[in-house]
Write a protein that binds this ligand. Structure first.
Ligand code: MN
Length: 256
């Protein structure tokens, strides 16, 4: 088995090192990671600049390639131009912080996995719920255990699939119950913060994500709040299928 591992926190992030170590023995591992922290870059591709790929030196960086772009660039380049053999599985993470509810639209971690999925490769995004890497080894062991569990129950080779996994920062993470969830919803994020640069010009910081708004039973928020590992199957089709007949009727258009 060949595994492509990417992230959005950058190649130097402890989360990707831990995930790579945890996957040892599973198969051939290639790592493609951004040169710098690219959290919140969603599915963006770098179209206006050429990209560089280099192999970093240093302990624990064997098999790493560093890309001067986004998480999606990393997986895109790997799949379309650098890897000579197509991976069987794409893993992303482990992210520094949760990717739940509406976060998933902004997440570079989810996007890296989604890029694999869009190219027909099954993919899993892993995130630790709290920032700071506390109990990262436990999260990595959990990620490996979930990969093993998924592959045992759902062999590779059929239709691609995409899972979004959020792991509580706990020493016993690998022993926590795992639940298959749906995405919750968040309140709108906090307003931008306005400051002034040394030249007196206004600058703005994007505010933090809002609190959970829809966090009822069955959601990813509820799962991690009740001490479970959340596993959300994602799809990419944004079509509001239920609304199509309504819109067709309201616009006086035929239903197709
Ligand atoms: Mn990140």
């Amino acid at each position: 088995m060949r595994i492509l591992i990417a992230n959005d926190d950058g190649y130097f992030a402890p989360g990707i090192a831990a995930l790579v170590r945890a996957c040892e023995g599973l198969g051939e591992i290639d790592v493609f990671a951004p040169e710098r922290n690219a959290s919140g870059t969603s599915n963006s591709l770098t179209l206006s600049l050429p990209l560089t790929v280099f192999e970093p030196r240093g302990a624990g960086l064997q098999g790493f390639r560093v890309v001067s772009g986004t998480p999606s660039d990393c997986v895109h380049i790997a799949l379309t131009g650098v890897l000579t053999q197509r991976p069987d599985l794409v893993l992303a993470g482990i992210n520094n912080g949760a990717n739940m509810g509406d976060d998933t639209h902004y997440s570079g971690t989810v996007a890296a996995a989604m890029e694999g999925y869009l190219f027909g490769v099954p993919a899993i995004a892993f995130s630790q719920v709290d920032k700071g890497w506390v109990h990262l080894d436990a999260a990595a062991a959990t990620a490996r255990s979930i990969v093993d569990q998924v592959l045992a129950g759902h062999p590779l080779g059929g239709e691609p699939w995409l899972l979004n996994v959020n792991i509580p920062n706990r020493a016993d993470a690998a022993a926590l119950p795992r639940v298959v969830t749906r995405l919750g919803r968040r309140h709108a994020s906090a307003p931008v913060k306005r400051q002034f640069n040394p030249r007196g010009e206004p600058i703005y910081w994007i505010g933090p994500a809002g609190d959970a708004r829809e966090a009822g039973e069955g959601t990813d928020f509820h799962a991690v709040a009740t001490g479970c590992v959340s596993i959300t199957p994602l799809q990419v089709d944004l079509t509001d299928h239920a609304a199509r007949p309504l819109w067709a009727a309201q616009l006086g258009l035929p239903q197709v």
